[in-house]
Design a protein around this ligand. Structure first.
Ligand code: FEO
Length: 397
């Protein structure tokens, strides 16, 4: 998109598509890019809600000019969340609009002073006092740790619009249209859940608190800082966030394996086949050495069932599987029903011991039997893997 786009008669989309960044936060792949959503409210006073990454400052400015004209001024920049993908353009905005006031809560303003050279041109807001733009009025609602300490959302009651920052966001750029009206929800769910698991999921308890606040607001349009604008059915993405943050998990299973010479992979395949033949329709099997952890984490988040199959490496766990398991721990993945398989050449018991320690610490429930092979894959081991898959399926019923 090269032009601004109206959300309502007085609220405009002035965000940008980033198709250049390969890794979000230098961690998470962006095969379909990401959008930095920024919104301009035109009233007696003009407010910009969130900005964009610094390298897109000129594109943002062009869009602001397209709405306001060459001599138009921005009075307020509201920072819901000060991570640089939303605050990077502050320097440009302060230079072009020297009268602009940066609006943020106490924590935001303290952080902004560390990251950017903002001076006294700030307005500190809290949940009590709205900010009037004329016909529009902005109220501010703190949602700490979704996903930084300073995060808040901004609500405009006249048009019932919620500017939600990272909450309810997704990876992916806009391909022509901004709105959820024609969204393929299955495609959206894949990338939005990956975004959720990667970026927000570790703070799911805080998401639940944020949802309690959001549900008190009378809402027509939901404007996140990434991903689609929701005007047809904002409830859809709110319900997804509820589901994902409760970590209830769908009836299905993710089988993740690490295998050097293929024996452990065959165990994983046997578990997966038994799951399907026992009536579990949604089963995903992935090689941890060949799948980016971003996707592994998403698939683990999606399903209640989890099977981990790993070989030893040196005298420990196969490193890609070990890294994946560490990610599950750091992202506070909960409520898993777990099946375990391991293989070894000279370090008997290492894989299962390490995985069971993690399972106990995370409160995951393990399903019998454990499967362990010594060197060669036997028919007996395959039969046990199939039994494990069947029992895992039963536990998901
Ligand atoms: Fe989109 Fe947490 O920044």
């Amino acid at each position: 998109m090269t032009s601004c786009e109206p959300i309502t008669e007085s609220i405009f989309y002035v965000g940008v598509n980033d198709r250049q960044t390969d890794l979000f936060e230098s961690l998470w792949p962006l095969p379909d890019g990401i959008a930095y959503n920024s919104y301009l409210i035109r009233d007696e006073k003009v407010a910009l809600i969130d900005a964009v990454k610094g390298s897109f400052s000129l594109e943002l400015l062009e869009k602001i000019r397209a709405v306001l004209g060459p001599s138009g001024k921005v009075d307020y920049l509201v920072i819901n969340h000060m991570e640089p993908d939303h605050s990077g353009a502050i320097g440009m905005l302060c230079a072009v609009f020297p009268e602009i006031k940066i609006v943020g809560n106490k924590k935001t303003l303290a952080m902004l002073k560390q990251f950017h050279s903002v001076g006294d041109n700030v307005v500190e807001v809290d949940e009590k006092e709205p900010l009037s733009l004329g016909r529009h009025r902005l109220s501010f609602h703190l949602i700490p740790m979704v996903h930084w300490p300073e995060t808040m959302v901004t609500y405009e009651p006249t048009e019932k619009v919620l500017f939600s920052g990272d909450a309810f966001g997704s990876y992916g750029v806009f391909s022509g249209g901004l709105f959820d009206d024609h969204l393929d929800l299955s495609l959206f769910d894949d990338e939005a859940l990956r975004y959720y698991a990667n970026i927000v999921g570790a703070f799911s308890a805080f998401v639940q608190k944020a949802l309690a606040k959001v549900r008190t607001l009378d809402l027509s349009i939901l404007c996140p800082s990434h991903g689609p604008v929701w005007r047809k059915n904002p409830g859809y993405v709110i319900e997804r966030y509820d589901e994902w943050s409760r970590q209830a998990g769908r009836r299905g299973a993710f089988v993740a394996y690490g295998s050097m010479y293929g024996q452990t992979a065959q165990l994983a395949e046997a578990v997966g086949q038994a799951l399907v033949s026992s009536g579990v329709d949604e089963v995903v099997i992935r090689d941890t050495a060949r799948t980016h952890p971003s996707y592994l984490l998403r698939d683990a988040w999606r399903y209640r069932g989890l099977a981990l199959a790993g070989c030893t490496y040196d005298m420990g766990l196969f490193p890609p599987l070990e890294a994946f398991v560490a990610l599950l721990v750091s992202k506070k993945v909960k409520n898993k029903t777990l099946g375990l398989c391991g293989s070894y050449s000279w370090s008997r018991g290492i894989v299962l011991k390490k995985l069971k320690e993690v399972a106990a610490a995370q409160g995951w429930q393990c399903v019998e039997p454990e499967v362990e092979i010594y060197g060669v894959l036997s028919e007996e081991a395959l039969a046990k893997a199939r039994e494990l898959g069947g029992n895992l399926a039963e536990s998901l019923a």
